[in-house]
Design a protein around this ligand. Sequence first.
Ligand code: CDT
Length: 315
Amino acid sequence: MSRILNVAIAQMGPIAREESRQAVVARLLAMMREAVAMRADLVVYPEAALTAFFPHWVVNDEAELDSYFETEMPGPATRPLFEEAARHGIGFHLGYAELDTSHGRKQRFNTAILVGKDGRIVGKYRKIHLPGYATPRPEEKFQNLEKRYFEVGDLGFPVWEAMGGRMGMMICNDRRWPEAYRVMGLQGVELIVLGYNTPAAVPSMPETDHLQNFHNRLVMQAGAYQNGTFVAGVAKAGIEEGVDQIGQSCVIAPSGEIVVQCSGLGDEVQVARCDLDLCGSYKQHIFNFAAHRRPEHYGLIVERTGVGPVLGTKP
Ligand code: CDT
């Protein structure tokens, strides 16, 4: 059997700090049309795809901070994406900064949505693993202030039946955490879509600069294989407001193999023909969780060694 989903990855080059939403949405629309021409069923955009990645600098002015956030989805600037998607019958995944006031206070999240081929939102995810710190570090070449600007996501890692498959979402730093994949793997996920903004050089850990691309592939390939799922990871790449960001957006099969990868650091669309039925081989055999996984035994090592479950220091 085969269940083919043509998945387009729409990598973006840098977004200028002053670039308008309309200009960014025009770039997204151009790539959506390219994906349609390449017969894609779904187009995956990066994390925070509507603005420059503002956690890289200090924003003290609240009105300026608000300007990076969406208060509704779709809103006036993003509605054309939904309309174009429905017109062509293509789904999309979009990362954006979300400002939610529905609980009587301002709540800010690093959010992503999955939109179906009818232009309706299928599901929403709010980033759980926020990297970096809340207090600016003037000594560093650029900031990583996600903990200052966002709350930890409160929607968990659900999966959705959509476009003929079982879909899940994560955002950037989530991809480095095996739990994120496994929570969805335990729900039978077949395609995880995610966007990222990943610096090529991290001020606080220069010893890993030469490994950023390797680690990007390592975590997504391992997550895909160990959970028998496709993964589509999409970058905002190139030098954005002085921060050099990696590209190498790719689609990974449940075998762990990269099946398609972007080659540049600018706006670029690639399409992978994903047979979701390939997930079954892994889910029914080597990673048949019901048959082989033994979580009831995993605690023994903690009891024997006395090593607790939490290591590290708070930033
Ligand atoms: N956006 C985001 O989550 N970026 C982080 C940077 C961490 S520093 C290596 C990431 O995990 O890619």
